[in-house]
Design a protein around this ligand. Sequence first.
Ligand SMILES: C[S@@+](CC[C@H](N)C(=O)[O-])C[C@H]1O[C@@H](n2cnc3c(N)ncnc32)[C@H](O)[C@@H]1O
Length: 375
Amino acid sequence: MEQFSFEELSRYPDVQADNLFASDAADRLLLEEAAGDLTVAGDNDVVIIGDRYGALTLGAAAMFNPGRIRVHQDSITGEMALDSNAQRLAPDAGYMHYGLGEELLAGARVVLMQLPRSLEALAEIADAVARYGADDVVLYAGGQVKHMSLAMNEVLGRYFGSVQAGLGKRKARVLTSREVLRPQSPSEYPARQFHPGLGLWICAHGAAFAGTKVDLGTRFLLKFLPKTGIESGTAVDLGCGTGLIAAELARLKPGLEVIATDQSAAAVDSAAATAEANGLSARVSAVRDDAMATFEDASAGLIVCNPPFHIGASVHAGAALKLFDAAARVLRPGGELWTVYNSHLRYRPQLEKTVGPTEQLGRNPKFTVTRSIRR
Ligand SMILES: C[S@@+](CC[C@H](N)C(=O)[O-])C[C@H]1O[C@@H](n2cnc3c(N)ncnc32)[C@H](O)[C@@H]1O
């Protein structure tokens, strides 16, 4: 068996810092525990889901050479990192990116996945594996023990007759699921819920932030949106999740064209479904992109953002600051960035510095809403 040097992987173009890594113990343990199946796997037998930066895909290709591998990563930065690592370290690795669905999983026999944080995300993935995988499909799901819960075994148990937890090693563990139970009813995703208080449908794929619910910070921010004086041109819901801010903006301001954008495939698909469910698709488009990287400079008059405070499982301000920098570039001079954040985060000096003059529009015991005018 060939070796693979995980240390050479890079997180680029994702946020980089000394305490953030490109691979973890779960990647290595997954490849160890699935070694028997990977050794005998052929073209298209292997599917990788949730690879962070390429450790699973490139590790499997280098160590087991199973032919063509199908890959799904929710995050576009994960996709870009896999591609850039492949170019540098393994230009011959044969893999292709797919959305989460039949094309990804049809006939799959060995599926390796990094466990997502949310149970809903896990359920949607397990449902797809059980729906489209081969009769003998085996799903290896790994994670760091501190982020795993027994509820994960229960979710997997809805889709597989046998779910076994392996031994913990280097603080990681793998759950191995066999004996697929084919779902008998159509997929429940995206889930949808009507919110009478808002008068909006929210649609959510499993991995979308807050699911079909409304995050408390978002709810606070929504109260202020009617006050924006920007009535026409392009507005952006940056880090759109299920796209409820985009839908609310489009509904409040019939002159606005709204772009809902997120790095997550689940988010963008959810935002498109939310727009459709509310009859707003003509004025709301959904774009998967890393911090608006493909947007023109000075192309938007209004950006509304409830920024992330996590990168993967770590709490890290870098993710929010990256979005503020992007907003400063994409706003036209005089354009407005509206944002909400946990009051203790004190983003206001950063907003002043990167975007421009920033005023507090509201504050409750937990959240602060600000408006920054692009200088
Ligand atoms: C706190 S959630 C807000 C979601 C939604 N706007 C809401 O209010 O419910 C932050 C969102 O930012 C997205 N995000 C994080 N980093 C991003 C990046 N670099 N580019 C685009 N979106 C990003 C996450 O995927 C997540 O959906």
